[in-house]
Design a protein. Sequence first.
Length: 321
Amino acid sequence: MLLSTATTIASALVAKQVIKMMCQPRKTVEHFQAEPIPYKDLMRSAIISRLAYEEPGSFRTSVDRVCSSSAAKDAIRSILPSRDDDIHFYDAFHKTAGVEDTQAYMWRNGEDVFIAFRGTEDKTDAMADIDVRTCRVSFSESTSTPAMRIHRGFYEQTDVVIDDMIADFEKLADKDGSKVKSIHIQGHSLGASCASIAALVFSSKYPNIPVKLHTYGSPRVGDSKFSSKVEESIAECWRVYNVEDPVPMIPISFRFEHIGRNSLCLAAGKFDNSHEVYEHDLHWALRPIVSFGCINLLKPIAAHDCELYIHKLESLHTGGH
């Protein structure tokens, strides 16, 4: 009996290691996608996503603490306003009396507008994460546009601030009489989910302004129709995830599908800079198996840390990419 149990455990551990080796990026590649990997922009967006966790008064002043390299500090300071008053802050907690707790920032730098959503930080955010019911949304007034199914918790977290954001964007777009030429939207974790939804809202409302979406450690947000619509509508779309991060592995349901175009997979381990680009999500039937093989059961949260994403992307950028 004891031998049989030991054999079963050993077999499970071997299977886990084999699956992990299969999922781990094997080489550093530019890969076959039409778009080269924008290492500097992805690093910058990861830093912005981390700053979104800060309170308004410390958003700009936290750059030195969040960035470890001078290249990273220079990259982020070049696009931040010189005054806190020029950064629009959105806090749904007070607006909804604690029902929703979305936090986001928006500002303009030259011809670019930047939007960042905060990730999961408290119980209210966690409740939104686990609300895996879906809602039907079309993102268009046209009756011919098919409705998409989206994670209800993520949608409600985004919807509570999106009207205020659009109103402020209209003001920013008219500022100084110059046109906005691109909208950069980013987020980590729950913030990545909100960023994905917001990107589709902005691209639908302003089809002539290119939207660039960068997400980090994002869970699956919607169904295949949602993913396809994002891929078709967004000018530049990158989904970055650590291979051991458990959050991008959920929800595992067949109803959800990752945004597939340009998914940058980072290797496990803080100092392993191998990475690869994938273009398709896993088949839903394989998701539990791959999750078992990839998740670091001893440190599941560490692989999701936004600062780990920043560190890896800083290393890739400063390493000559």
